[in-house]
Write a protein that binds this ligand. Structure first.
Ligand SMILES: [Zn+2]
Ligand SMILES: [Zn+2]
Length: 447
């Protein structure tokens, strides 16, 4: 008897709650939807039953089927079920109140998402790709041997290393990066051919593949979908990502990023199609054979110096952008992202170390706020090409846009350690840089 009474009270309470909830829902929907679109000739505040139907009530004020549709399994569907004959108490576990509370629904969804994510992460166990690890080991160990050989090499061989490093570097920075990945300017056919040739010397895969991963890196920075996600540590962001199996989300994103512009670029697609012979010719045969042919450098020495050492140097400088420039430095433009301003990386990577700026404004062909060529040789190269008429449409960012963004999201370090330091400071009353609004307010105060 006592148990029966308890059950009755529990059901009665639930039905009462449902009734109030439904009443509130009907009232709310009615007022928000019907009042906003009153039917001509009808009252501005029509009673239930006078609605034109747009709010989902039929002529008797009952909710129509169409009104249930957008809510799926939510409130309204439940209400319909509450009045069926086999549910005379109006309560079933599957219709429980918590399902009707959108906030609780969201919590349920979140739990489900968390579980799915946990399962997904459990499924992803990065595997070593042994051929890639072998290639990296060969390159790096061979580079050390090449460095040793350099002490015994002809001085011209050293100069040749410098030339090939700079030329291939321009292929990466002005070509694969600023042109093909970011479309920050447009290049004429001769310039694109030159850049594709220079990039082939670098040997860092074809420009299409490079740009695809780089676009994903920008679009999904520091998530599982980022090919060299810096959250997975320095070593992974630096080189580990190249010999481990990618996260499934990286593979998925490779299929959805728009690459139609590169697919329409004949030079880019030619380099992609003939990448292997181009790599052999431009990255191995040419750099190694020139010293041997022109100044009789020992071919064995030339190989370790001009292939392994030169190649590995360029590779690691590019890696620094993914590791160092995502970890150690200031964030003047957006403190919420990992990429930083790293002048040392800019020095080595021809201007690619202004990485906090670059992630905030990836379409700026300068990849940095200030046009100082000494720490941004690539910008000088593109400007020179523009002067020659080979490059056009250089995209940039207005000072106002930069200031706004820095004020909104920056870590407050903008201007601190360069020539532009304290540019927005004033020396006192009479400084022409006092903002006009401040002057107007000041004038009022003096009165
Ligand atoms: Zn970039
Ligand atoms: Zn980055």
């Amino acid at each position: 008897m006592r148990e029966n009474l308890k059950f009755f009270l529990r059901c009665a309470t639930r039905n009462h709650t449902l009734f109030l909830y439904d009443l509130f829902q009907v009232g709310t929907t009615h007022h928000t939807m019907c009042l906003s679109s009153p039917v001509s000739g009808q009252s501005q505040t029509p009673a239930v039953g006078q609605c034109n139907g747009s709010c989902g009530l039929d002529s008797n004020g009952n909710r129509s089927a169409s009104a249930n549709a957008p809510n799926g399994n939510g409130v309204l569907k439940h209400r319909g079920k509450a009045h069926t004959e086999d549910d005379n108490l109006g309560y079933k576990e599957e219709n429980a109140v918590y399902k009707e509370n959108p906030a609780l629904d969201t919590q349920q969804d979140q739990k489900l998402k968390d579980t799915e994510q946990a399962e997904e992460e459990e499924e992803y166990h990065p595997q070593i790709r042994w051929p890639d690890l072998g290639a990296q080991t060969f390159l790096h160990v061979g580079a050390l041997y090449g460095l040793y050989q350099l002490f015994y090499a002809n001085f011209y061989t050293f100069l040749w290393v410098v030339v090939t490093v700079w030329v291939s570097g321009i292929g990466i920075t002005a070509g694969a990066h600023r042109l093909w990945s970011h479309k920050s300017y447009t290049a004429s056919l001769p310039l694109r051919i030159l850049l594709a040739f220079a990039f082939s010397i670098a040997g860092q895969r074809d420009a299409y593949t490079w740009a695809l991963d780089h676009r994903i890196h920008h679009k999904f920075s520091e998530t599982d979908a980022d090919p060299h996600n810096a959250k997975r540590g320095f070593f992974f962001a630096h080189v580990g990502w190249l010999f481990l199996t990618p996260h499934p989300k990286v593979v998925a994103k490779r299929k959805v990023i728009d690459m139609s512009d590169l697919e329409a670029d004949a030079v880019c697609m030619f380099q992609r199609k003939y990448y292997i012979p181009l790599f052999a010719l431009c990255s191995i045969i040419l750099p190694v054979a020139v010293p041997w042919y022109f100044w009789n450098e020992d071919l064995w020495m030339s190989f370790w110096i001009n292939f392994n050492m030169r190649f590995t140097w360029t590779l690691n400088v590019a890696f620094f952008v993914n590791s160092v420039a995502h970890m150690y430095g200031n964030k003047p433009y957006d403190k919420n992202i990992m990429s930083v301003e790293a002048p040392i990386v800019s020095l080595l990577a021809m201007g690619e170390g202004w990485h906090n700026y670059h992630h905030v404004f990836p379409w700026d062909y300068k990849t940095g706020e200030f046009g100082n060529y000494s720490l941004n040789i690539t910008t000088g190269f593109i400007d020179f090409c523009a002067w020659l008429g080979l490059a056009k449409g250089r995209k940039s960012v207005s000072p106002d846009m930069v200031i706004r963004r820095a004020a909104k999201c920056g870590d407050g370090t903008r201007f601190l350690d360069d020539d532009y330091a304290h540019k927005d400071q004033v020396w006192g009353f009479g400084d022409k840089d006092i903002p006009r609004e401040d002057l107007q307010e000041l004038a009022k105060m003096q009165n």
